[in-house]
Unconditional design. Sequence first.
Length: 113
Amino acid sequence: MILRVDGLRFYAYHGVMPREQKVGQQFEVNLCLEVSGYDGSDSLERTVNYAEVIDVVKEEMNIPSRLIEHVCSRICRRIRADFPSITGGTVKVSKLHPPVEAELRSASVELTV
């Protein structure tokens, strides 16, 4: 089974530039997670509670980092550690409107769980 959580928005303090670390900015996290063991039942115990996964992402997003690569890597490690029935997938962290001399929607990093 694939569990998707798309469009999680956070205001956080990740970035190399001093202004990013002090003022902060908007980020988006998207998850595409492979879950083993789901049997088609209506039992939460047979799947992954996405609210608990979101709580893990929130905790990691609240820890300031210079690189979104580091943030994404921490999220992946926590998901692997906290949810053994998640057997793979991807985590994508996007910095919305990064402070660069170009017009772009986001800069992203995507890692495998």
